[in-house]
Write a protein that binds this ligand. Structure first.
Ligand code: APR
Length: 233
């Protein structure tokens, strides 16, 4: 087997669950509390922008009170120590990977702590509410929206993700249900290109059958154990 050099890691809401951030599809999860079509589609935003801005204002404020957990810390340790290619592709819009110290992170669904100006396309760093329609710092227009990829919108940096999958010797999926594409299709892409595939999740996901190996358990336990194994700790 070729030496392991290039790794792509996909993370989902499950990696931040133990930091106190709701996942989407678990019992009592976000999509039980809110209708997807109301808060996570461009149509919902057009229909009731206040409802949508309030929803993301609440989440933007909440994530700033949370801290990374041992799973985020283990991936940051791996990022710092790994000499080969490594890319953490996260579906999450929180900043816990970066706050744990990881740098090779790509947010394919956007970030809570950015706003996006619909007038000039600027993406200013943003920690405050948007409900009172503050002016865009770049163009002055009151046209800021959450910088989150909604259903029906195209995820970010897909070319860079596919380029990394083409080079990957190992594809690892952590804390995701495999319910949402294109992320849910990455395992089959990687597999068809010859990569080993590993899933770390609390329970079996919709894509478990595509993985060479699945390890079940809380991310705060299975991720540090896997990283220590990989680094020969
Ligand atoms: N440790 C590991 N895995 C966990 C933990 C935990 N502590 N808690 C939950 N999980 C797992 C669940 O078993 C589930 O498989 O995390 C997964 C979370 O799944 P979802 O809630 O569907 O979240 P995710 O897969 O990230 O959703 C994908 O859907 O709603 C959209 O854009 C949103 O990025 C999101 C995308």
């Amino acid at each position: 087997m070729a030496p392991l050099r290039n790794i792509v890691i996909l993370t989902g809401a499950g990696i931040s669950a133990e930091s106190g951030i709701d996942t989407f599809r678990s019992a009592g999860g976000l999509w039980e509390q809110h209708k997807v079509e109301d808060v996570a589609t461009p149509e919902g935003f057009a229909r009731d922008p206040d409802l949508v801005l309030r929803f993301y204002d609440m989440r933007r404020a909440a994530i700033q009170t949370k801290t990374p957990n041992p799973a985020h810390e283990a991936l940051a340790k791996l990022d710092g120590a790994w000499g080969g290619e490594l890319l953490i592709v996260t579906q999450n819009v929180d900043d816990l990977h970066e706050r744990a110290g990881a740098t090779r992170v790509l947010h394919m669904h956007g970030e809570h702590l950015n706003a996006w100006c619909a007038a000039c396309d600027a993406r200013p760093r943003w920690t405050e509410p948007l409900i009172h329609r503050p002016p865009c710092p770049a163009c002055g227009e009151p046209a800021l929206r959450p910088d989150v990829v909604w259903f029906g919108e195209v995820p970010y940096e897909m070319d860079r993700i596919h380029a990394a999958l083409r080079e990957a010797d190992l594809f690892v999926s952590i804390g995701t249900s495999g319910a949402v594409y294109p992320a849910a299709g990455f395992v089959r892409n990687a597999r068809s290109l010859g990569a080993q595939t590993l899933e770390l999740n609390l329970e079996a996901s919709q894509g478990s059958r595509w993985f060479d190996e699945t390890r079940l358990g809380p991310a705060s336990e299975v991720v540090p154990a896997w990283v220590d194994e990989l680094l020969g700790g």
